[in-house]
Design a protein. Structure first.
Length: 61
């Protein structure tokens, strides 16, 4: 569940920048959101790989 918490924390850390970009049209905030979304994509891919590895090893509980 620690990995899930990482995902939640990353998303929550982007909330203010989402608001700044969409509500106040702050372009720099948009750049930060894009970077954060790329980080989220990479984190999700790492989690998928871990799950697949555990599944293949038969260590999933």
């Amino acid at each position: 569940m620690a990995r899930f918490d990482e995902v939640k924390n990353l998303i929550m850390s982007l909330e203010a920048d989402f608001e700044k970009f969409y509500d106040k049209n702050n372009q720099a905030a948009g750049t930060r959101v894009r970077k954060g979304m790329q980080d989220l994509k990479n984190l999700a891919q790492e989690i998928r790989a871990e799950i697949q590895e555990k599944k293949n090893d038969g260590t999933a509980s």
